[in-house]
Design a protein around this ligand. Sequence first.
Ligand code: IPM
Ligand code: MG
Length: 349
Amino acid sequence: MRIALLAGDGIGPEITAEAVKILKAVVGQEIEFDEALIGGAAWKVTGSPLPEETLKLCRSTDAILFGSVGDPECDHLERALRPEQAILGLRRELDLFANLRPARLFPELQAESPLKENRISGTDLMIVRELTGDVYFGTPRGQRKDDQNRREGFDTMRYNEDEVRRIARIGFETARTRSSNLCSIDKSNVLETSQLWRTIVLEVAQEYPDVALSHMYVDNAAMQLVRAPDQFDVIITGNLFGDILSDLASACVGSIGLLPSASLNSENKGLYEPIHGSAPDIAGQGKANPLGTILSGAMMLRYTLKREDDAARIEKAVATALEKGARTADLGGNMSTSEMGNAVLAALN
Ligand code: IPM
Ligand code: MG
């Protein structure tokens, strides 16, 4: 197993180091990591946030373990050179269209949730977010002058039927592995793009009569995720709505530092990253929570490397460490990043 290791900016190097430690402990000699530059760290050395060499490495490895990108020193750069372009570029170049973002409440972290216990208990959902289309990549886009010479910005929200069909299938397949409830989230009362989305999802539903499908408008979904998150099992939604709702869901279950993600192409090759950002304010201080990245490593074992037992072992060790009281600062504790990694390591054995 050859893994591209892209630590990136801010806390990226600290958190990925812990995930590597855990993956090596679980898999042993069979896993090998090749490091490459990404994000602001890559721009500083090569002038590009996604250097050709990094892309080449990512194409040649089995999977990618990704830390985070984003660096205030790059805030002045034009959009094409900003660190965020690195992750968007990887998603597009590797056709990583299926983004799986689980949000599950660890019972011992109930107190970390901003929601009352009776609302949040039992929450265990999976957001399946489309990742290579929508307003993120639609053209035309840009800034121009309108007919009264005022500056205007514009983006294009678009999906074709193939793009919707393939993410819908991932949603239905994912629902089958859980409790066979799928909720498709759109804004079809207003948007043409969403009307097509809903039409195609309904067509695909014919192939999955065993899955209970429902639909919800995105504004209502945001409200429902706060009101009663346990009503959801698997959610499918487009790129922009998924971006917003996944942050919301992560806050509901406690800390954003805990949540992993997988971004897969049609061959299940994947990029694995925590859903949080680079946290430049605490970078290099050993304060960051590595669990989101460690759990992303578990997802890598599950989805790309097909080692379900090892994936479950890591997830169990994380739960055990939390049960035993392991807490980084974001969870109200004072463990360092590597102490948290060590707590998971100890729970593995
Ligand atoms: C995410 C992030 C990215 C996105 C940014 C960094 C481009 O917010 O992965 O959710 O908007 O997709
Ligand atoms: Mg986001």
